[in-house]
Design a protein around this ligand. Sequence first.
Ligand code: GLY
Length: 568
Amino acid sequence: MKFMSVILLSLIISISALATQPSIYGENGVVVAHDLEACEAGIEILKKGGNAVDAAVAVSYALAVTHPQAGNLGGGGFMVIHMADGQKAAIDYREMAPGQAHRDMFLDDSGKVVPQLSIRGGLAVGVPGTVAGMQLALDKYGSMQRKHVMKPAIKLAKKGFTIPYDLAYSFGWLNKAAEGFDETRRIFCREGEIYMPGEIFKQPDLAKTLKLIQRKGNAGFYTGSVAEALISSSSKYGGKLKLKDLTNYTAHIRKPVIGNYRGLEVLSMPPPSSGGIALISMLNMMEPMNFDSVGWHSAQHIQMLAEVEKRAYADRSVWLGDPDYFTVPQEKLLSKEYATLRMVDYDSLIVTPSDSIYPLNDKDLAGIELAGHESEETTHFSVVDKWGNAVSVTTTLNWSFGSYVTVKGFGFLLNNEMDDFSSKPGEPNSFGLIGNKANAIEPKKRMLSSMTPTILAKDGKVVLIVGAPGGSTIITTVLQVINNMVDFEMPVQDAVNVPRFHHQWRPDVIHYGPGAISPDTAVLLKAMGYELTPRYGYGEVNAIARDQVFGGWVGAPDLKTASHGAAY
Ligand code: GLY
């Protein structure tokens, strides 16, 4: 019997040897994140008996130290949780507009958008949510105390870590880009004497801030010396944040959006992210499609996904925003009936120009009869523990290094998330995304996001934890990983590492990464009527999948960038 299972196992292994072999495998826990030190921080907590949520909080704080482009204290994010006992939650710690924000704050007297105002300096800063979000996650779903889970991050900030090439490179360009932002240049660019790869980077100011949070929790960040310095640093660069904005900030537990794709449960982030709804609505539109006879990244495959993407992004522009300020027709957008209506004009041979795809209006939506009642620089990380608890986190300062405002004396950057609002109806933001009333600026409102931390489960058990950075491309990146695994049967590390493409309705263009579209396929697509534009930087997917051979977990960091994983 034993002999037979060995034969069977070697047969399975030899078949799967045709695919890329995983290099990160663990039965007790896996963490996949941008930096190795952050992954190790998570594994350290898991080894001490913490669960995936404890580890995720440790990873998040570690990334605030090792990945200052996106890991943060001065930004926000979303955490999707699937506990082994069946509990499901979405933690919303998205930034909020300050109390003094108003709809036209980024327009000049003639009503034109003032370039850069929502991107650099104090007005670009939304009220940060990360510290409150981590505390909420720990209180509700963690098992360890804050003082323990923050230890690895404090050590990294105090003792330093070796600067990898990509970070030294980013510090180099920040040195030029952040001219006038003295504290930022002092901390991250040694005032012009830029860091080299391989040097040790110590952050004593940041260590002090982390210790304050470790000791006092939210009070150590949203009140007292950190809060006062945050307000004065933002004001120095034109910001209007007030102490009251900070003390009023709360993170929320929301119900994740839930869909179903070919028998898999898809759990993702609800508004104020557009990610979960757009992802599930696209998967619903894809479900009637048959990928069996379609070549991967053939002209036909790209047409199928591009047409689905255009329709979902058109609706995103009108129907998605902060649910506390705008009634998002969530149930309808997530329904299979909506997907059928949306794809009524789809033809596998035809390109529908974006100009003839309109966001659904009130009447269209009212016509949907539900069958019954049955959910550019950013970073994503995934965590699983030995009990099968799974956590998917995407967090950000928005652009790389956010607003460029560093809180004086406390060593952390502030976000430029205000640019994710629609500064003017119908005008694209820095990701080219169009927004309208649903995402107009209002005091205390949360700006719409594309972040899509997602977990897939089968029969109640987690099979995939996935997400990505990449602004507007986040949603189509996650979509393609799922499409690659479910419809093209790729192992997770291939599904993550193959190149990707993206359509977001406007501009009416397919963007594609290196190697995503072969020259002869490009000829076919152009003949169909598509415009194609090459583009670098397609997110950094950091995924974990249940291993089909040995039953543990396989970590799949995106090797197109400089990502990592750790397991035990
Ligand atoms: N800041 C990018 C996003 O939230 O989608």
